[in-house]
Design a protein around this ligand. Structure first.
Ligand SMILES: [Zn+2]
Length: 73
């Protein structure tokens, strides 16, 4: 599994470690955004954030933060 990577997070406004998604998180996100392929998404690991971005695009979803629920590990 890839290691956490520092990336900018637009909701934190800073560079934070981002983690690749676990299998349950991928399943949650896939259902949430109706996309089958979600391997390129990363989650901000700052406590209380959990906002999702792709490796290339900081703000993948324009309207609002998309946060992985805390109970989906
Ligand atoms: Zn963040």
């Amino acid at each position: 599994m890839p290691r956490p990577q520092p990336m900018s997070c637009w909701t934190c406004g800073t560079t934070e470690p981002h983690r690749p998604l676990t299998e349950p998180q991928k399943a949650w996100l896939s259902a949430e955004i109706d996309e089958d392929f979600v391997d390129h998404y990363w989650m901000c690991a700052r406590p209380g954030c959990r906002n999702v971005r792709t490796f290339m695009t900081e703000r993948r979803f324009r309207k609002k933060p998309l946060r992985i629920p805390p109970d989906v590990e």
